[in-house]
Ligand binder design. Structure first.
Ligand SMILES: [Fe+2]
Ligand SMILES: [Fe+2]
Length: 368
């Protein structure tokens, strides 16, 4: 072999190596640019029966909309959602006094989980629960049973055989996921069956809850938080709004008039955390849920676990509003304190990740 042939072969080999390295680098860059200090912990709790899935959309699946991404505000950008002011309205003051009194009233009629879900969750406090007995209880509530079977047939389990028995669905999903789906389906029943005037506030509350649950679970590994707990924190963080909706509905039944969405928002701004804490205790929720339900809108830095949860909750509210799941707010996205504290930078990789979020939320939320 001549010296020129050898040089040509070495050059060709170098070109091939450079191409392969470039491909590997581009695949690595398809991950969201979150805080690199927060890598997914290898021991992050997740359901052992849940098949591993690619949660971050890959570069080839996602179109980057740099000009009209949902994170670009449609209107004058704001850092805080506008709030209504009803301080000067005497009838609003009367309703506010009624709601504030209800927070401390031991006899107030609070939203409650469906009976079958309550009994099932009690039974599930035992890790070695009998799935046959659990199926009898869950089977008494058609909506709950349908929710469990639906998740067992969702995209995550699409390659597995069809099942139509609850005990088999429980075995497929595993203890932790069954508990989550019972809580999520119960919350959906309570929110969407709560009457409201004008705007469908119950449906909005459910949308906000499931978007937060899905997003917190999706982002939790990057912030060293356990997935299942993160899902519950997202799902339940605004239950105070549900309590306010119930109290307002009862008030109007007793005193006449119809529920005003503007007044609902005004009362939520003022006391949904406080009322949520009351409901968290009534539902016997475990820490960190009561802490976060009672105090998730405070400015914070990601110095500890609860602070990271608060930032993710604020971030999920922003995503829910800007993607149309809750009333639209033209947030100044990349300048929001929660976005900056979470170290989410305005880079092509981040925008690619953001562009994929609506599809991810729609798919995961659709399981419930
Ligand atoms: Fe909230
Ligand atoms: Fe919220």
């Amino acid at each position: 072999m001549s010296i020129w042939t050898t040089i040509a072969l070495v050059a060709a080999l170098a070109a091939i190596l450079a191409f392969v390295a470039g491909r590997l680098l581009s695949l690595y860059r398809a991950s969201p640019q979150l805080d690199p200090a927060h890598q997914a912990p290898e021991d992050a709790p997740s359901d052992a029966n849940e098949p591993e899935q690619e949660e971050v959309p890959s570069q080839t699946e996602t179109v980057v909309w740099d000009d009209d991404g949902w994170w670009l505000p449609d209107g004058i950008p704001v850092l805080v959602a506008p709030s209504s002011d009803m301080d000067a309205d005497p009838s609003a003051q009367r309703v506010r006094e009624h709601v504030r009194a209800a927070i401390d009233d031991p006899n107030v009629d609070l939203p409650a989980f469906p009976l079958a879900a309550q009994r099932a969750l009690e039974l599930m406090q035992n890790e070695d629960v009998d799935y046959g007995r659990l199926a009898e209880i869950v089977g008494e509530d058609q909506a709950l049973a349908a929710g469990v079977l639906r998740l067992a047939h969702s995209a995550a389990y699409a390659r597995m055989f069809k099942i139509d028995r609850l005990d088999l669905a429980f075995a497929r999903l595993g203890h932790s996921t069954v508990r989550l789906v019972l809580i999520a389906k119960s919350l959906k029943q309570i929110t969407t069956s709560t009457p409201a005037g004008g705007r469908d506030i119950g449906a909005e509350l459910w949308s906000g809850a499931i978007v937060s649950g899905v997003l917190l679970k999706h982002m939790s590994p990057h912030y060293d938080l356990p997935k299942d707990e993160a899902f519950l924190v997202g799902l339940l963080h605004d239950i105070g709004k549900l309590a306010i909706l119930r109290v307002l509905d009862d008030y109007h039944r007793a005193h006449g008039g119809t529920l005003s969405p503007v007044m609902f928002d005004w009362l939520c701004d003022e006391c949904h955390e406080e009322f949520g804490l009351r409901l968290a205790h009534a539902w016997n929720l475990q820490e960190p849920l009561p802490d976060l339900i009672g105090d998730h809108h405070q400015p914070t830095t990601p110095k500890n676990r609860l602070s990271r949860y608060r930032l993710l909750l604020q971030f999920s509210d922003v995503v829910a509003a800007m993607t149309g799941y809750t009333p639209y707010v033209p947030y100044d996205f990349f300048n929001l304190p929660c976005v900056q504290e979470l170290n989410i930078k305005n880079t092509p990789e981040t925008r690619r990740w953001l562009a994929g979020l609506p599809a991810l939320i729609a798919e995961k939320a659709g399981d419930f």
